[in-house]
Each structure stands twice: as structure tokens, then as C-alpha cells.
Design a protein around this ligand. Structure first.
Ligand SMILES: Nc1ncnc2c1ncn2[C@@H]1O[C@H](COP(=O)(O)OP(=O)(O)OP(=O)(O)O)[C@@H](O)[C@H]1O
Ligand SMILES: [Mg+2]
Length: 219
């Protein structure tokens, strides 16, 4: 369960203050796949950063499986994040001087989370069998994002946070990525929060939320 209670959050830069949330509530049940839509600047990525403990709310509490992460120290949060949360980003974020295998295995070293799949097995699931020794630059955009999917599922963690994971892909590749996420979600039972601008992609989730004016509504 992800639970955001009474969240307020503002950003202050130079002499300007942006109020994102004053009283945000959100509950996501364990094992659900939810998508999050909303206009650019609405605060979607900020919500993922709050859930991941990358930024802290000004007020309110954020609980993941009963742990109030707002009360963790920075070191505790880094450890907690590694053991519980995986990410997929729009820009893939692979490490260029590491091979596909090394990119995937690095996550296990960093997170200290248990391994869920052998590296060769997860590469097979994302249709990249035999490409483990390639470098990211030797792969197409769709293939790079499939490595990022493999990296997000190789460790046995409960939560997957995805920020427009198909934003840089054409429709064919985007659909392949979403099919993979669907399959791996069913197989692992993880809880997914996915940001997307695309209503067809959002429709794959169990629930679709729209963020508008600092409030979330089911659509
Ligand atoms: N570190 C920061 N300092 C100051 N303002 C910030 C910071 N991060 C985000 N913002 C502001 O907060 C608002 C919400 O940003 P956020 O990235 O959460 O939006 P978003 O819904 O993900 O948008 P997009 O769809 O364009 O990715 C924006 O107005 C942004 O400029
Ligand atoms: Mg964003």
C-alpha cells in the first residue's frame, strides 16, 4: 500500500514560490497498476519523487507498506529505496560505459535487494537474449528501453515508479514496452505507478488518475 496523507509541497526558487499541493491524499493498494495523467507542470513527477523519498513534503506523511518514509534519515531512505523501489524513466538512463549485463547487475549491487530473475532470463523476457555483452550505444532506442525494463524487474522489489517510460519511443516500440510491463506486472504482482500523457497507454492500468490543481481524481 502506498499512502499519501495531507501532503503539502511548495518549491521556492529565487523570489518565486510554486505551490504544488496543499492537501493531497492518495492511496494505492498493493499489487495495483495505476496510471497518472495531467498537464505538464501539474506535479506528476514531483509525486513520484515524493513516493521515492527523493524530495520531502513540507507537511503530511507518506507510507509505503506501513513505513512512514518521511521519518527516515537520508541514509535510511537510500537503503529503503534500494530494497523497495524500482524506476523506469523516459530517457532510459542506462550507464554508457557498462554493458547490458553490467547495467542490469549494477542495480542488484546498489539496491541490496534480492535477485528475482537471472540476468540471462530477464534478458530473454525482454527479447534481448544474446545481447548482454553489447553497450547501450550499440542498441536501438526501443532496445535500450527494454534493458531499462529488465533492470527495473531484475531485483525483487514491490514498487515500480515509471515516468513516461514510452515518451521517447514510436508507437510500435511503445506498445511492445507496455506489453512487457503488463506481462511482468502479472508475473511479479508488483505495484506500479506510471506517468503517461497517452490515454491509450493509461488505459492499460487498473485505475487512471488525473492530477489537476493539486488534486487527484479518478477518471
Ligand atoms: N526543484 C524544483 N525547484 C523549483 N520548481 C520546481 C522544481 N521541480 C519542479 N518544479 C516546478 O514544479 C512544477 C511541477 O513540476 P513536475 O516536474 O512535477 O511536473 P510534471 O507534471 O511532471 O510535468 P511534465 O509533464 O512536464 O513532466 C513545475 O511548475 C516545475 O517548474
Ligand atoms: Mg514530469
Amino acid at each position: 500500500m502506498i499512502s499519501l496523507q495531507n501532503i503539502s509541497k511548495s518549491y521556492t526558487s529565487k523570489n518565486e514560490t510554486v505551490v504544488l499541493f496543499t492537501d493531497l491524499h492518495w492511496q494505492i493498494e498493493t499489487g495495483k497498476y495505476v496510471s497518472l495523467m495531467g498537464a505538464s507542470g501539474a506535479g506528476k513527477s514531483s509525486i513520484l519523487s515524493l513516493i521515492a523519498g527523493i524530495i520531502t513534503p513540507d507537511n503530511g506523511s507518506i507510507e509505503l507498506s506501513g513505513t512512514n518514509i518521511t521519518q527516515l534519515s537520508t541514509d535510511e531512505m537510500i537503503r529503503y529505496r534500494g530494497q523497495h523501489i524500482a524506476f523506469i524513466f523516459q530517457a532510459f538512463e542506462l550507464i554508457p560505459n557498462l554493458t547490458v549485463n553490467e547495467n542490469i547487475d549494477l542495480i542488484l549491487d546498489i539496491s541490496h535487494a534480492p535477485r528475482r530473475y537471472e540476468t540471462s532470463a530477464i534478458l530473454e523476457k525482454v527479447w534481448l537474449a544474446g545481447k548482454g555483452d553489447r553497450y547501450p550505444t550499440e542498441l536501438s532506442g526501443g532496445e535500450q528501453q527494454r534493458v531499462a525494463i529488465a533492470r527495473a524487474f531484475v531485483a525483487d522489489v514491490e514498487y515500480l515508479l515509471a515516468d513516461e517510460p514510452t515518451g521517447n519511443l514510436d508507437e510500435g516500440n511503445a506498445n511492445r514496452i507496455m506489453d512487457l510491463i503488463d506481462t511482468l506486472h502479472r508475473e511479479t504482482g508488483n505495484t506500479i505507478v506510471m506517468i503517461t500523457h497517452d490515454r491509450d497507454i493509461a488505459n492499460r492500468a487498473d485505475l487512471i488518475y488525473r492530477l489537476h490543481g493539486g488534486q487527484l481524481a479518478l477518471i
